[in-house]
Every structure is written in C-alpha cells, then in structure tokens.
Design a binder for this molecule. Structure first.
Ligand SMILES: *Cc1c(COP(=O)(O)O)cnc(C)c1O
Length: 455
C-alpha cells in the first residue's frame, strides 16, 4: 500500500515555505512546522489515508508554536482548588499587586525609610505571625519546598519518625519517604498502616531523633479500625524528649481571622493557629491550597526553628520571586483586613446551591439541548480533602462525551469540564463572573463541530 508514487505527491518543504501563510513567519518556526506537516502527511499516505492540506496544517502548527502553551482556561469542573488548572485564581488586589511589581522596579530588598538593605520576606512575616499566631514564619516556593527545607535544616544526617499511616503521596512527585530522603534524613517508620500510637514514637526515639513528623492525609481518608497518634500526646512526648513536632498540613485553613471560621468548620479542618496552639513546634502548608493565594509554601512556628530554616543555604534556592511575593502579601492583607471571604476560592467554596442552580439555568438557556441537574462537586483534587459540595450542573447533549470534552478543551477559549454518568457536565461554581458568555459561545461551537473534527 505504500508506494513511491504516493509519496511523490508530498509538497517539498521549500514550496511550503513560500506559501503566504508561512512566508512572513520567523524562518526556524516556519521550517519546523513545514517539516512536521510533511512528516504527518507522509504517515497519512503510508497508512492509505488521503493527502491532507499540508500547507494549512503547517500554518496551524506554526501558529501553535508562536502562542504560549500556558493559557487561561475556563474551569467548568466545579473544583475550586484544581491542581492541574493552577489551583487558586488570584483576587483583584493580588493581581493588581503583581501587575505593579511586574511592570517596574520595586523595594523587594530595600527598606524605603532607612535606605538599607531590607529582608525580602518583611511584608509577609508580620501578617503570617498574626494569622498563624506563630512566633515566626517564612515563605518559600511551595509546600514541597517548605517540607524539604524543614527536613534539610533540622534533620539532616539524623532521624525523622513518621507514622506508617502518614507516608502519603501527594500528586505523584511528593512522597513523604522520598522527601525525607531528599532532605538527607533517615526515615524511621513506626506503627502500622491503620494504627499508630504515641508509644510507637516513644519506642523509636533515640539520641539521633531530630523530629517527629505528622503529615495531613490531604487526599485520602482511612475508615474502620484506625488510630492516628494523638497530637497532644505526641507534643508531650516531644517536650519530654526534646524532639520538635512538625506537621505538614498541606491544606487545613487559617481559621480565626477574615471569615475563615465558617469555612474551616464546614470543611472539618483545623486552622493553623489551632495546630500551633496545641503545642506543635512547626507547621508547613501551601499558600494556594490553604490561603487561596499564589503557589507558595509557608513555614510557621517556633522562632529558633524558623530561623534555622531561614539561615540554611537551601532557603536561597527555594525563595519566592517578587511576583509571588506581591500576590502573597496582598492575599495575606485581605485576611488581616477581614476581607478573606471575598477571595475567589472562598467565594466558590461558600457558593449557595440555589444561586448555583440559577447560574446553571442561565447557562443552559444559551446552549441548545442542555438541561440542569442537581449534582455533587468537590472542593479539591488532591488538595483540600475532597469534600463534597452540593451543586447544580449543566448537562450537555450528545452521545460521545469524551469527544465533546476534547473539543471543549481545544476550543477558544479552552473549557475544562467534568464527565460523569455518560455526559459532559458544566459546574458553574468555578466559572468566574464575566466568563459566562465566552463559555456558552465555546460550548455552542464545540457542539456544532462535526464529530470527526473533534479532538
Ligand atoms: C499539597 C500538599 C503538599 C505539596 O504542596 P505543594 O504546595 O503542592 O508543593 C505537601 N503535603 C501535603 C500534606 C499536601 O496536602
């Protein structure tokens, strides 16, 4: 079936480069696109398929290559803290802070009143101390970095005791045993998968023990015959043996201030200040999952331990850049001012199901064949514990939900939806105010696309 006669129908690359759709593009881009298009066409001919429009294909490939791969998408999954979709959308205040710092110079390491060199974290330290009721606090690139820094600065060449029930994996590349090893510490596993007691920690404690580590089981739940080492007991043991207790909270919520109380209670989560008040020496958590701010990792707690982290050379490699710092500071100030309930993620998590139903109905009116159904959504995927959230969704018509979801993803703008019970579902919870018209237009376009061209 493959013959040289077939392949001779392929246009030569130099001919494609002269095509008006490619001629004005940067030469290396046009060349790579033309070559890829010819390769693709050759494969088609060899497989006995018709010769595609090679020039049009090359132009599409060149257009894609010249466009950032990272783009805004409409999140119609209903999952507010969706790791694959960038977790938390920033508040207007945080966006404005980023824009200001991005566009010009800033005092990131300069004290304006004295003219002296300033600390990069000066603006986030005080709000974090206040919100977490912590002696001191530090911020780095993400919670994985925070955990790695804590282990490296406080436990290198020594032992870290962890319950076998908490050796969790969070999103593929973060696995507690591997992070402990990466920090140069030796993991001492105690207890059993389902049950670990404080006495297990006591028996495992030696003069080489640097830390007791507790890890929040962010993305799973154990039921049945289970026992987690009691925090108060572990704290008491730590005091007695002189071993700091560290908790990787991942999520959990900053509770006391800024309207987070209701949310924390609703999600059955403890707040950071409660954990520290219980005597835990150091906590670390995610700035996006827990605060609804930018990606960041916060370390808060005992001043001497935070200082040891700040002094360690690894801190320099994990430190925040000015754009994240601007967003984090603005987000923290929203908590301090008591405006945290306005943060996009908090609004989404707290959205009233009746309002969601009206929003779903308004969307459905613009989409032929769509209907509204009550459903349950989730707070986070692998982020906040997957809490169920009652919602109403737009159920799209069609009998090939995978193809429709794929067409939505490659549409303009890209739309990410949920597939359940044989249909594509749009959950208005995570559709931002003002996105509705673009969403319904993109959905109508995807529904109108002939099935063969989808995906
Ligand atoms: C999410 C999470 C992490 C990783 O946090 P990142 O901010 O994504 O680096 C670590 N530990 C726990 C318990 C988590 O939930």
């Amino acid at each position: 079936m493959s013959s040289s006669a077939d392949l001779s129908r392929l246009p030569p690359v130099h001919e494609l480069l002269a095509d008006p759709r490619l001629a004005d593009l940067p030469r290396p881009v046009a060349l790579a696109a033309a070559r890829d298009a010819v390769d693709h066409a050759r494969d088609a001919l060899r497989a006995g398929r018709p010769l595609p429009d090679v020039a049009a294909d090359a132009a599409l490939r060149a257009r894609d290559a010249l466009r950032p791969r990272l783009r805004g998408v409409i999140n119609a999954t209903g999952i507010p803290i969706h790791t694959n979709l960038g977790r938390a959308p920033l508040s207007p205040a945080a966006r404005a802070a980023v824009a200001e710092v991005a566009a010009g110079y800033s005092n990131v390491e300069l004290e304006l009143d004295t003219g002296k060199r300033g600390g990069r974290l000066d603006g986030v330290r005080a709000p974090l101390q206040q919100l977490c009721a912590a002696e001191d606090a530090l911020a780095v690139n993400n919670n994985a970095a925070a955990t790695l820094l804590v282990l490296t600065a406080l436990a290198r060449d020594r032992e870290v005791v962890v319950s076998r029930g908490e050796l969790v994996e969070i999103g593929g590349s973060f696995r507690v045993p591997e992070v402990v090893a990466a920090g140069g510490a030796t993991l001492v596993e105690v207890g059993a998968t389902n049950r670990t007691r404080v006495t297990d920690f006591a028996h495992a404690t030696t003069e080489r023990t640097a830390l007791y580590l507790r890890v929040h089981p962010s993305n799973f739940r154990m039921e049945g015959f289970t026992e987690r080492p009691d925090r108060a007991g572990l704290v008491a043991l730590g005091r007695e043996r002189g071993v700091p207790v560290v908790e990787d909270l991942g999520s959990g919520l900053i509770g006391r201030l800024g309207g987070g109380e209701a949310l924390a209670a609703e999600h059955g989560e403890e707040s950071v200040d409660e954990v520290l008040a219980a005597g835990v020496d150091l906590v670390c958590f995610s700035g996006d999952k827990l605060l609804g701010g930018p990606q960041a990792g916060i370390i808060a707690g005992r001043a001497d331990l935070v200082a040891a982290c700040r002094r360690h050379p690894l801190y320099r490699a994990l430190r925040l850049d000015k754009l994240v710092l601007a967003a984090l500071e603005a987000t923290l100030l929203q908590y301090i001012r008591g405006d945290a309930a306005d943060l996009p993620v908090h609004r989404m998590l707290a959205a009233d199901p009746a309002l969601l139903r009206r929003r779903a109905q308004a969307l459905a009116r613009e989409i032929p064949g769509a209907r509204v159904e009550d459903d349950v959504g989730y707070s986070g995927g692998g982020a906040l514990p997957a809490r169920q959230l009652p919602t109403a969704v737009v159920v799209l018509p069609g009998d090939d939900p995978d193809a429709l979801a794929a067409a939505l993803r490659v549409g303009e703008p890209p739309v990410v939806a949920r597939i359940a019970r044989g249909a594509v579902r749009l959950d208005p919870r995570t559709v931002l105010p003002g996105e509705e018209d673009r969403l319904t237009a993109a959905v109508r376009a995807a529904l109108a696309a002939p099935a063969g061209t989808r995906g």
